[in-house]
Design a protein around this ligand. Sequence first.
Ligand SMILES: NC(=O)c1ccc[n+]([C@@H]2O[C@H](COP(=O)([O-])OP(=O)(O)OC[C@H]3O[C@@H](n4cnc5c(N)ncnc54)[C@H](OP(=O)(O)O)[C@@H]3O)[C@@H](O)[C@H]2O)c1
Length: 298
Amino acid sequence: MRDIGFIGLGIMGRPMAERLLGAGYAVTVFNRTPQKAEPLLARGAHWADSPEAVARRSELLITMVSDSDALQDVARGPQGVLRGIRPRAIHVDMSTVAPHTVEDLERTYRERGAVFLHAPVLGNWRHAAEGTLLIFVGGDRQAYETCEPVLRTLGQKIWYFERITRATHMKLIANSFIASMILTLAQAFVFGRRVGITPTRLLEILDASALNAPMYQSKGRTMCERDFRPNFYARHMLKDVDLLLEAARCANVPLPVFGVIRELFVATTARGFGEEDYSAVLKVMEEMAGLAPEDGAS
Ligand SMILES: NC(=O)c1ccc[n+]([C@@H]2O[C@H](COP(=O)([O-])OP(=O)(O)OC[C@H]3O[C@@H](n4cnc5c(N)ncnc54)[C@H](OP(=O)(O)O)[C@@H]3O)[C@@H](O)[C@H]2O)c1
């Protein structure tokens, strides 16, 4: 399987598609905003005019799009993948989307004689570029085994689940750590600064302790530099918290802390920080405490 279709060339999709090109695959790409494909075309990728056209050319196609609605558009739209999918072709979606969306698509593809797998990822664009993402794959085992070598080009570790939604749920659970950890760190920064403990000092002490996590150090550094350029959009963090709450509601599991976490990410997007990194939630915590960015920062 050397011909791969790739749809969705955003923060994550572009380095993933580049990685596949670098590994020698022939990659046909489509992106809603065509300009974003230019760097890939310059490296030898082929352009297709629609998801349908990508599907006509590919035995395996990968999508990396914003959310469930985007995935539904790409799959079921008037020029969507399902219009052009070949018999026995495999569509692997790697976006973070709703469990019911992947279940619906799995059923529809099966009815068409094709296969839909869900393979959401943990890691950022740097991991995507290095091929060190962590991948949770769910769905048909034989199809997974067929595309495993391609997934190994993108990911350092893969966990396979027979039931498609287990992979989806695993990704939502992983993101629950990201959402709560960033808020724990932002709160600690704001409180520390108010009482005269700088974020740098706090990170140094965390680093020496059992409380540390690599994420605290990497995000802590960019928060200290007030670098909120997006690795992962704040609006996507809100989307994922909503997906988590909805999935937990369906499973009859209370997630009381996430009610509060959701409100803080709603505030982050309402303040106009949705296109910034999710760590911009720090600015909301500062505002709530009446702290200016420079207060107690160094
Ligand atoms: N960034 C991260 O660190 C990270 C890590 C793990 C997982 N994820 C997940 O990976 C997915 C992609 O994230 P990202 O950071 O790469 O986001 P992004 O930069 O916003 O990219 C989103 C992609 O989806 C496309 N898209 C959106 N709506 C569409 C529609 N209706 N029809 C067709 N294409 C559409 C966009 O096309 P345009 O270019 O035309 O807008 C773009 O290519 C999300 O589900 C996210 O939660 C992200």
